[in-house]
Design a protein around this ligand. Structure first.
Ligand SMILES: [Zn+2]
Length: 153
């Protein structure tokens, strides 16, 4: 978990360092710094999960004010997929309704939530020229995720 006593700048530094080193994303260090700073502005944390295959967000009505994004690093086809995952989970953060147990029980509602989070991620991708150049990769990753949504987010 994120240590509330560690200054935000240092948390961002640690996260970006993790991502750039573990995920070989050094070319996108500047973009990741901005993305992670924006995540913190939403009062949300982010951690890397070296031994997980599926990213997720811990966001419930009880911890909505301090959500935590978990980014899976295992078995990535290309490192930049990690960025798409981050932006997707960030999309969930921007959804102002916390993940409800009800949503989990309704596949259509859950799929709508996922699509909306991807739409928000797409908007983010377009804000970064270096990422926008890779939009085709983003769309292909998004579409793959949208067809396999029982496994994770
Ligand atoms: Zn999702």
């Amino acid at each position: 978990m994120m240590d509330a006593k560690v200054p935000v700048e240092r948390q961002i530094g640690q996260t970006v360092l993790n991502l750039t080193v573990e995920g070989h994303l050094i070319d996108f260090k500047r973009e990741l710094e901005i993305i992670v700073a924006n995540i913190y502005k939403q009062n949300c944390g982010i951690v890397c999960e070296k031994y997980q295959r599926w990213s997720w967000i811990t966001q419930t009505p009880h911890n909505k004010n301090r959500s935590l994004i978990h980014i899976a690093l295992m078995d990535r086809k290309t490192p930049v997929d990690i960025i798409w995952s981050i932006l997707h989970e960030f999309g969930h953060v921007l959804q102002d309704v916390a993940e409800l147990p009800l949503a989990k029980k309704d596949p259509l509602l859950e799929l709508a939530r996922e699509k909306d989070a991807w739409d928000k991620a797409e908007t983010e991708v377009k804000k970064y020229p270096k990422l926008a150049l890779l939009a085709e990769q983003f769309y292909s990753y998004r579409d793959k995720q949208l067809t396999s949504y029982n496994k994770g987010s």
